[in-house]
Design a binder for this molecule. Structure first.
Ligand SMILES: Nc1ncnc2c1ncn2[C@@H]1O[C@H](COP(=O)(O)OP(=O)(O)O)[C@@H](O)[C@H]1O
Ligand SMILES: [Mg+2]
Length: 423
């Protein structure tokens, strides 16, 4: 099978690394790619926003299958254009990608099918939204409806904060993403991420993970794209997984099919495990970054036939095997991130992969023959071990092998699971 992978982050490096191990693969191409992905794939100079150019490339190179990593091309309809050209593609249609592209769309689906989630209302103007906030009281959660790069949500503890968040959305701080606002009830509990593949009818559960959004140790400081993750998430017991499948994922799949927009691709459910059980915070319609990196480390099965089955409606009867071990990834970022940071800082030595560790590239590039950091999140140092504590020790031991002066990282990735393992 000839495969084109779309994306350039650590998530896509992990996908490329795993796909490259498939006996079914005959050639792997990637666009835009990065230097890590280039070790696994042939990088092609393709503008991925130019959907016609992507189709042309696939025809010219006889690509059998396209795997889309990030959400933006999906929301922009790249999967639709490829499907219309009879090219198999992993990732949902633009209509189904609304599960990530519009928080209000997902909340309405939950309401229609009785999927557990916080009570909510949608608003197109500030005044009624503020009146509702006053009526509900705090804590309360204010969300820009559209894609806001992880910055559109305010968990407000005070009324002032909540009202300011409503104003911020409608002032255009998030562009068109904030033209509509969802106000929702605060859910108390422990968060977890849960991943499944869907071919539109059948779902195959993958695994759970937990991430660390805040930039600083002890979950302090501003939010980031994610500073580390581990899998599995101890809070996702077998019972919670079963309830999540029955109460959240299955009704979503049948609801989307019923609406005429069956969902194919990967569900990334953001969950709050409350006293009542799992409740849906949000859906993402692609693998998480850095959650994908730990899932790929733990996956024993060949990934490529699973993705292809999800894309072609043949997931029924497929099985998946996992390593019993836990995996953990530490994100190394440029000093200053998530604020401004210096670009093109040199990265010296990187530790080579071992049987239990692997460094995935995110924001790196080769400039004048040298590896440099070009992004905020730059490297994902990933390890597998018998427990989360073991994986953590192995990942941090591997971090010491990275020589990059402008890099920093959190020192407590996995703390919640490590604390549980101690007791
Ligand atoms: N109803 C809620 N109750 C409590 N916390 C929430 C709620 N909704 C969101 N959050 C918190 O805000 C974070 C971001 O919200 P989310 O809906 O996942 O938006 P996005 O990832 O698109 O920024 C969540 O990971 C969670 O920590
Ligand atoms: Mg989220």
């Amino acid at each position: 099978m000839k495969v084109l992978l779309i994306g350039s982050g650590g998530r896509e490096h992990a996908l490329a690394w795993k796909i490259a191990q498939s006996p079914q693969l005959t050639a792997l191409y990637a666009a835009p790619g990065n230097p890590g992905i280039a070790e696994e794939a042939t990088i092609v100079a393709l503008d991925i926003d130019d959907h016609a150019a992507v189709v042309d490339f696939c025809r010219k190179e006889s690509i059998d299958f396209v795997v889309v990593g990030p959400e933006a091309p999906l929301v922009a309809g790249l999967a639709d254009v490829l499907r219309a050209a009879d090219i198999a593609v992993f990732g949902p249609s633009a209509a189904a990608a609304q599960l990530e592209g519009s928080k209000g769309f997902t909340k309405d689906l939950c309401a229609r099918y009785g999927i557990p989630t916080g009570a909510y209302r949608r608003f197109g103007e500030a005044d009624p939204a503020k009146a509702y906030v006053r009526e509900q009281g705090t804590p309360i959660v204010i969300k820009a409806d559209g894609l806001a790069a992880g910055k559109g949500v305010t968990v407000a503890m005070t009324l002032d904060e909540a009202l300011a968040a409503v104003d911020e959305c409608f002032s255009g701080a998030f562009g068109s993403a904030g033209a509509e606002v969802v106000v929702e009830a605060y859910l108390d509990g422990e968060e977890a991420s849960f991943f499944c593949l869907s071919d539109g009818k059948t779902v195959l559960p993958l695994a759970s993970a937990q991430d660390h959004k805040r930039v600083g140790d002890g979950d302090t400081g501003p939010n980031t794209g994610g500073m580390g993750a581990y899998s599995p998430a101890p809070v996702m017991t077998a019972e919670m997984v079963e309830r999540t499948m029955n109460e959240i994922i299955e009704p979503t799949v049948s609801g989307m099919a019923e609406s005429g927009h069956p969902f194919t691709g990967v569900f990334f459910a953001g969950l709050m495990i409350t006293a009542k059980g799992p409740e849906l915070i949000e859906y993402n319609v692609r693998f998480g970054d850095p959650e994908c990196q730990v899932l790929m480390m733990r996956m024993k099965s060949d990934l490529l036939p699973l993705l292809y089955a999800a894309a072609t409606g043949t997931l029924d009867g497929m099985e998946i095997e996992w390593h019993d071990e836990a995996a953990l990834t530490v994100v190394m970022a440029s000093r200053g991130y998530p604020g401004s940071y210096e670009k093109n800082t040199p990265i010296g030595a990187l530790p080579g992969a071992s049987a239990t560790t692997k460094v995935f590239h995110a924001g790196t590039a080769i400039k004048d023959g040298r590896l440099v950091a070009t992004g905020g999140r730059v490297l994902n140092v990933t390890a597998i071990g018998p427990t989360v504590s073991d994986a953590k020790d192995a990942a941090y031991a591997c971090v010491t092998g990275v020589s990059w002066e402008n890099g920093f990282y959190r020192r407590d990735i996995g703390w919640r699971a490590v604390a549980r393992e101690r007791t």
